[in-house]
Design a binder for this molecule. Structure first.
Ligand code: PEP
Ligand code: MG
Length: 592
């Protein structure tokens, strides 16, 4: 039966594929794709683990047969029988074999996927006794997984591009590795998303998350259709269901009918045509009708993203979120050399164009991982995040600063500091930068000059611009957080997503004032939050005087198209009217 689930659209386009449910099982296992030549050994690994559990249960059965009813009640023996029966059931091993051979899932993933399939069958049983056997099944699968850990199972390996990603979903392909896959999860951390960055998924959907949560931001940077905040989607979708993800409307359609499939196939082709049209703008300079040059920059998460940024037509990196180098490392933060190499790769990758490296911004919805700098505070968005975290750990901060300064010897680097609000934080930050330089001098190690920038993402910063402009060469407006903190809306919480409003007059006033103040003092200013990549807001930002936009690379050409059509002499008075309006969205709709 076809069902539609509504969520928040976070990354445009249409994806059609088979559902891959990850982490929906309470069992924490690694998910990765194996190579086709590993299928046999992977199945053998699962079978060996199952056989060892069967042997263990037989041994147990044998030992209790010598015990009296007090030590080994009859129920225990009956339970072992049930477990043995479930373990030897053909459906379990046949299913596992199928997931491994057809989908190239690793054995642990295949086992939990099959557990889910059989569990559903148990759930649907009329007989209460049989329904309850689901718990037994879970127990035996846990045992097999435990046994597998002893059978040379790799630790967590990210999902990698081992499987061909089909260019066109073909619903007639049947169960082969060519079937497009879409990821369905209750939640995904930004670090999980990074693992999926080079994976085979054609789209993804999560139950939780807001439009500018970091998970959504990484999805946009991957440029695959995505929907977040789809409530109980991961419970409604079953492993391997056909799913359509409509990243424009924020809709997920499960088990679509042929008519719906045809409709979405058409939509998908339209989008591809639109992309083709935009690609013609790649080498067109980004200049408005009245001759204003507009700088379009890229936001990146990893140094390797630099090449994609160049290909998308970016004239530099306006935001390198360095925290992604720090996440998911099980407590081992990158040392100076590793960071230096990463920053240098980004600088080299941009071939002489500027790279703005932001110092680490972990905390809130970007935890490092369990065990390192506990992020489980009462209100992490208001807690030890970004520069606060850096200043609380001077050795870590100095390490990062030295690495960035050293990379600056190889190209144009701007150093950007997130979440500043207090004069004391500014002074401490500057003192740390001076100290990092002094340390490098002492070592006799080369480093380069950097332009210093501050993020304006806390209202307190936007209201004390003079202080910031006294100490920094440029400002970068982080609208994602500026909106979150101005409106007291958690950007990652879908239940208040309807109140997360970039067009709230208070937000617009803070953004406009920051742009105006920087321009009047001749300092650089850009927007690097998601507003910069929203084509619906390009003209408004241009009208406010913004000439530098930093966004995920996939949006650059669409924003360029808006720039090419814009006349800032007309947009400036219009933007002023929008700013003064009680309802800016309505004022915008009334046209320039
Ligand atoms: C922002 O807050 O707008 C921003 C660009 O930083 P991040 O999204 O990484 O918090
Ligand atoms: Mg921010």
């Amino acid at each position: 039966m076809t069902i539609s689930i509504h969520g928040l659209p976070v990354s445009r386009g249409v994806a059609i594929g088979r559902a891959v449910l990850v982490a929906s099982s309470p069992m924490d296992v690694a998910h990765y794709f194996i190579q086709p030549h590993e299928v046999e050994s992977e199945i053998a690994r699962a079978r060996a683990a199952r056989d060892s559990v069967i042997e263990e249960l037989y041994r147990l059965q044998e030992s209790i047969s010598h015990m009296g009813p007090k030590e080994a009640p009859h129920e225990l023996s009956a339970l072992l029988d049930v477990h043995l029966m479930l373990l030897q059931d053909d459906e379990l091993i046949r299913g596992v074999k199928g997931w491994v051979a057809d989908r190239l899932y690793n054995a642990e993933w295949a086992l939990t996927a099959q557990l889910e399939v059989i569990s559903r069958q148990f759930d649907e049983m009329e007989d209460a006794y049989l329904r309850e056997r689901k718990a037994d099944l879970e127990q035996i699968v846990e045992r097999v997984l435990r046994a597998m850990r002893g059978v040379a199972s790799p630790i967590t390996v990210p999902l990698q591009r081992n499987v061909r990603r089909p260019s066109q979903p073909d619903l007639l392909l049947g169960d082969t590795v060519d079937v497009p896959l879409v990821l369905v999860a209750q939640d995904l951390s930004p670090a999980d998303m990074l693992h999926f960055k080079h994976s085979v998924f054609a789209g993804f959907v999560t139950d939780v998350g807001g439009k500018t949560s970091h998970t959504a931001i990484v999805a946009r940077s991957m440029d695959i259709p995505a929907v977040v905040g789809a409530r109980n989607c991961s419970q409604l979708v079953r492993q391997d269901d056909w799913v359509i993800i409509d990243g424009d409307a924020g809709v997920v359609i499960v088990d679509p009918s042929p008519i719906i499939l045809a409709e979405y196939g058409f939509k998908k082709r339209q989008r591809e045509l639109e992309r083709g049209r935009l690609s013609r703008l790649l080498h067109t300079p980004s200049v408005t009708l009245d001759g204003e040059k507009v700088q379009l920059l890229a936001n990146i998460e990893m140094p390797e993203d630099a090449s994609g940024a160049l290909q998308a037509g970016a004239l530099g990196v306006g935001l390198f979120r360095s925290e992604f180098l720090f996440m998911g490392r099980r407590g081992h933060l990158p040392n100076e050399e590793e960071q230096f190499q990463a920053y240098k790769r980004a600088v080299d990758g941009m071939q002489g164009l500027p790279v703005t490296i932001r110092t680490v911004d972990v905390g809130a919805d970007k935890p490092l991982d369990q065990g390192v700098h506990d992020a489980a505070h009462l209100n992490p968005a208001l807690g030890l995040r970004a520069i606060r975290w850096s200043l609380a750990d001077p050795a870590m901060f100095l390490t990062q600063l030295r690495a960035i300064l050293r990379a600056a010897a190889f190209g144009q680097v701007n150093l950007l500091v997130p979440m500043l609000a207090h004069a004391s934080e500014i002074h401490q930050t500057l003192a740390h930068i001076a100290q990092a330089r002094a340390m490098l001098d002492k070592r006799g190690q080369a480093y380069g000059p950097v332009q210093l920038g501050a993020m304006i993402e806390i209202p307190a910063a936007a209201l004390t611009l003079k202080l910031f402009l006294k100490h920094f060469d440029f400002l970068s407006i982080g609208t994602n957080d500026l909106i979150q903190y101005t409106l007291a809306i958690d950007r990652a919480d879908e239940s208040v997503a309807h109140l997360y409003d970039p067009l709230h007059p208070a937000v617009l006033q803070l953004v406009a004032a920051t742009i105006a103040e920087c321009r009047s003092q001749g300092k650089g200013v850009s927007v690097c939050g998601e507003m910069a990549g929203d084509v619906g807001l390009t003209r408004l930002l241009l009208g406010m005087g913004l000439r530098s936009f930093s966004m995920h690379p996939a949006q650059i050409l669409a924003v360029k198209q808006e720039v090419l059509r814009a006349d800032t002499t007309r947009l400036a008075p219009w933007a002023q009217r929008v700013l003064e309006a009680e309802n800016p969205a309505l004022a915008m709709a009334s046209g320039v």
